[in-house]
Ligand binder design. Sequence first.
Ligand code: G3P
Length: 220
Amino acid sequence: MQLFLDTANIEEIKEALGWGVISGVTTNPSLVAREKRDFKSLVKEICHMVPGPVSAEVLSMDFREMISEARELSKIAPNVVVKIPMTKNGLKAVNVLSQEGINTNVTLVFSATQGLLAALAGATYISPFIGRLDDISNEGMDIVQDLVIMMENYNLPTRVIAASVRHPMHVLESARVSCHIATVPYKVLEAMLRHPLTDIGIQRFLDDWAKVKNELESGM
Ligand code: G3P
């Protein structure tokens, strides 16, 4: 399984890359807006930092505008993946872009049949939003599992990205259903790292060590 970082924040990316656990980055317009920076220069900077796919989303809903925006984004760096919303125009754009060799990530996928259509249209990645489904009392993970099975059964090359991840259990459950990738916010990555017994264990080791050291130094 691979982990991507779901952020447009340079400091978070720098920190997570240092851990050696991140294979790519996903952004969306809401995440980019938070950074209050020029979109293209931000994407360029992220692409130079990350030795893997970086998803950047189109804003047009019109088919032709979507294509031209996608072509522009793909020129920023070779590792740009163009994020396309799950609409009729989005599917048509993915069909054209995949024939041009431009990698795509179909976003805002909320059902397995939507994901199947995106994969058949030639999407490189599909992003089911599990947290937002859980928010409305649907089982987000069911869609991830269905999509992974479909890609496997029919030997489709599209990779499933578990997106809208809210907590470590989403990552664990994604791994249990053999999801290819989970894209995680930085705070979820930190939550995956932490365990109170690790902190207690470190403190106990240090205390025991200090006690013996003090005894030896005082000649006891
Ligand atoms: O990867 C999609 C993600 O950014 C959306 O997450 O928490 O806004 O549903 P959220």
